[in-house]
Design a protein around this ligand. Structure first.
Ligand code: FPP
Length: 242
């Protein structure tokens, strides 16, 4: 396969549109999330094949607790089932799993499942898959600051960066949101400062390999300046001040 000139090292995805996908088919919303897991599996495999080093996905936000109880328990159940079912394939593909988010509100069973899956895949090095679960960007910044304050350490950009829950990977190069909405929705607020944003009209269950390739190709056409100018930086001739 030909690779675009510039392949993103780290791709982050807001997997939006599961509910609408299900509603369009007169199915319960949880059926959309189930199909979303299939789409995620496809995307993980495609990322491994394309040489992406880090994939971070938003699976459950801090705000998702406000959804109907049936949908929340359905998502918890899906996570438990997906863990049991997917870990062997993730192992075979060399995927290292990390769960990012506040675990204090998760049941002991779900929490233990996450820890077990992380331990089982800890030696894998082909792709790091961060699953953000009960995660919010504001939560992350606040927990990092609280931790530093509790340790009596100064709060600086670099100390906060190291205390953040995504400190084990570099910031995302490309942030994709499916489902047609164009917002960040409290995802990776700190880490996405210089990410290239890519919005797709496709609902997450319909986001296939070709759609991922389209996003990667669009990334390859972007010019990243990180706040600098596009050409070589010219030394400005300042007028002499008397
Ligand atoms: C947003 O779609 C999607 C979610 C809140 C859940 C994303 C979860 C998955 C893709 C499944 C993977 C999950 C696990 C547990 C590994 P939405 O429900 O907001 O869709 P809508 O905007 O169409 O209503």
């Amino acid at each position: 396969m030909t690779q675009p000139a510039s392949l993103p090292h780290h791709i982050a995805i807001v997997m939006d549109g599961n509910g609408r996908w299900a509603t369009q088919r007169y199915l319960p919303r949880v059926a959309g999330h189930k199909q979303g897991v299939e789409s995620l599996r496809r995307c993980v495999r495609a990322s491994v094949e394309r040489g992406i080093a880090v994939l971070t996905v938003f699976a459950f936000s801090s705000e998702n607790w406000n959804r109907p109880a049936e949908e929340v328990s359905g998502l918890m159940e899906l996570l438990a089932v997906a863990l049991g079912r997917e870990v062997p394939q993730l192992q075979a593909d060399g995927v290292r799993l990390h769960f990012v988010g506040d675990r204090t509100r998760l049941s002991r069973k779900v929490s233990a499942g996450l820890a077990q899956a992380e331990l089982a895949t800890a030696h894998n090095g082909r792709l790091t898959l961060n699953v953000c679960f009960n995660y919010g960007g504001r939560w992350d910044i606040a927990q990092a600051a609280a931790r530093l304050a509790a340790q009596g350490r100064p709060i600086t950009e670099s100390s906060l960066d190291r205390a953040m829950s995504m400190a084990h990977v570099p910031d995302p190069d490309l942030l994709i949101r499916t489902g047609g909405e164009q917002r960040i929705s409290n995802f990776l607020l700190w880490q996405a400062a210089y990410s290239e944003l890519y919005f797709s009209e496709r609902l997450w269950p319909d986001f296939d390999e070709a759609a991922l390739d389209g996003a990667i190709a669009a990334f390859g056409r972007r010019e990243r300046r990180f706040g600098a100018t596009s050409g070589p930086v010219e030394t400005q001739q300042l007028p002499q001040v008397a």
